[in-house]
Design a protein around this ligand. Structure first.
Ligand code: 2HG
Ligand code: ZN
Length: 484
């Protein structure tokens, strides 16, 4: 390894300011604080500086400077990671590079059905730009107002419409990324077919900024649906929910856009925290699903399709009650209840986060078995279980009982409970991170679920692209020594 040429903090700041400008380089700790702490306020780090570049060239120059002097760089988008993936550790030797000034939608090609944009565009702005052009950009997640396309790409974000449209990997035709030494990789060509060797963009997507910093992307656009039908449905249990999903797909095919599972305690938590909001059904239920159908056809046909799914579900004894959204406002109110589950947990001090995906055929058994195990370990925990059942993704988030302080509950139960839940998921061929990534929170758990060959390959790729280990260090990859 080549020796780093030494640089003092003052010289580094001068160098960074020469690249991004005086105002776009912060070094006062109060100014840096929003960038060094995650939004749930669970990870508190330190940094030498926070830089806010405005162009890919500036990102490249910052990385080249930092590489020359062996300064770690932590890339950051909207800082909405649930895994501590976007904030520095508390050593204080890193520069945080936030992409929010790179917020231009550069081109919408409505013949090619693509959108080219900078990484700092928020998901909400990307969706709005597509809609203005009469198109849909279908990624849908609760943090859309803050999260940025670069973060969505670097975590391969999923959300509530994966069942129909796939996750970020499926929605991306090309990216531009700056490598740790400042070189710029680009595949911004907007091609749906390109078999000219390795698909390098997919290395960067989902790598959580450990291989390069994504600065732009070409994303796929879809037709805007002309009809949407939404229902909040009480089901007997998770097995019934899976059966209902199978029936819904048989009856409505591709129109099934979202199929979200919600446990009774998850809904209760939201209603307690937002008392002005109404419950979607008159009675309380242990298990519910939120179904959304959408199509390019007419609303009446889609409403009739939804009705048929519900009638057949009732006849088959899968459904115990249901409410169909009679208006856009109703549909939005249902979705608001669903989207609030995550923040409602944060307000309670945070829960034990397990973000599982399981083959659909095993998901109901998994929920039953994992719940039984957790109830033995933490009998009073509130079982906040919900998620994107349509694609096999369960957010399994036991939350402290009201009587226990969050810190006490989490310190006692976080490690054993998440190990048990993740272990069970792994046994059932599942993943311990369906969509939230690894960050620091799940880094060492990779040792439990990746084979030595997988870990070795991951490190070899890291070594090839980031030989000085400067980009988002200590995230995603467990230390090689820990693997032996
Ligand atoms: C959701 O589906 C998000 O609401 C957040 O992925 C999940 O907070 C969570 O565990
Ligand atoms: Zn989710």
């Amino acid at each position: 390894m080549t020796e780093a040429s030494p640089i003092s903090p003052t010289q580094l700041l001068e160098g960074l300011r020469a690249i991004v400008g005086e105002k776009a380089c912060l070094d006062a700790s109060a100014d840096m604080q929003p960038f060094t702490t995650d939004y749930r306020k669970l990870y508190h780090g330190k940094a030498l500086a926070v830089v806010l570049p405005a162009t890919t060239q500036q990102v490249s120059d910052v990385l080249a400077l930092c590489s020359r002097h062996q300064i770690p760089v932590v890339p950051q988008g909207g800082n909405t990671s649930l895994m501590g993936g976007a904030v520095p550790d508390d050593v204080g030797d890193a520069v945080v590079l936030n992409l929010r000034r790179m917020n231009q939608v550069q081109e919408i090609d409505s013949v090619n059905d693509t959108m080219t944009l900078q990484a700092g565009v928020t998901l909400q702005a990307a969706r709005a730009a597509a809609e203005d052009a009469g198109r849909l950009f279908p990624l849908r997640i609760g943090s859309e107002g803050s999260c940025q396309i670069g973060g969505n790409l670097s975590t391969n974000a999923g959300g509530t419409a994966v069942l129909r449209y796939g996750n970020m990997r499926d929605l991306t035709l090309g990216i531009e990324a700056v490598l740790p030494d400042g070189r710029i990789y680009s595949s911004l060509r907007g091609l749906r077919k390109d078999n000219t060797g390795y698909d390098l963009k997919q290395l960067f997507i989902g790598s959580e900024g450990t291989l390069g910093i994504i600065t732009a992307a070409v994303l796929k656009l879809m037709p805007l649906p002309s009809a949407t039908a939404v229902a909040w449905v009480a089901v007997k249990d998770p097995h019934a929910a899976v059966q209902l999903l199978t029936e819904a797909k048989r009856i409505a095919g591709q129109a099934v856009t979202a199929f979200e599972l919600i446990s009774g305690p998850a809904l209760t938590l939201v209603l307690e925290s937002m008392p002005q909001w109404s419950a979607p059904l008159p009675d309380a239920h242990d298990w519910m699903v939120l179904i959304e159908l959408s199509s390019g056809g007419d609303a009446q046909t889609l409403d009739a399709t939804l009705m048929r799914i519900l009638e057949e579900g009732m006849a088959a004894d899968l459904i115990t009650d249901a409410s169909i959204a009679a208006s856009l406002a109703d549909a939005q109110a249902f979705w608001q209840l669903r989207e609030e589950i995550s923040d409602a947990q944060t307000r309670e001090g945070g829960s034990i986060k397990c973000d599982i995906s399981i083959p659909l055929s095993k998901v109901a058994d998994f929920i039953q078995q994992a719940s039984a195990q957790v109830m033995e370990m933490a009998p009073d925990a509130r079982m906040v279980i919900y998620g994107h059942m349509g694609d096999g993704n369960v957010h399994f988030n036991p939350l402290r009982p009201k009587s226990a302080p969050a810190a006490q509950f989490l310190s006692e139960h976080y490690a054993p409970v998440s190990r048990a839940v993740d272990g069970l998921a792994h046994q059932k061929n599942g993943s311990i991170s369906a969509e939230h990534g690894i960050g620091v929170a799940k880094r060492d758990d990779l040792l439990l679920c990746k084979t030595p060959v997988e870990l070795e390959l991951m490190w070899q790729i890291k070594q090839a692209l980031d030989p000085k280990n400067l980009l988002n260090p200590n995230k995603v990859l467990p230390a090689p020594s820990a693997a032996s």
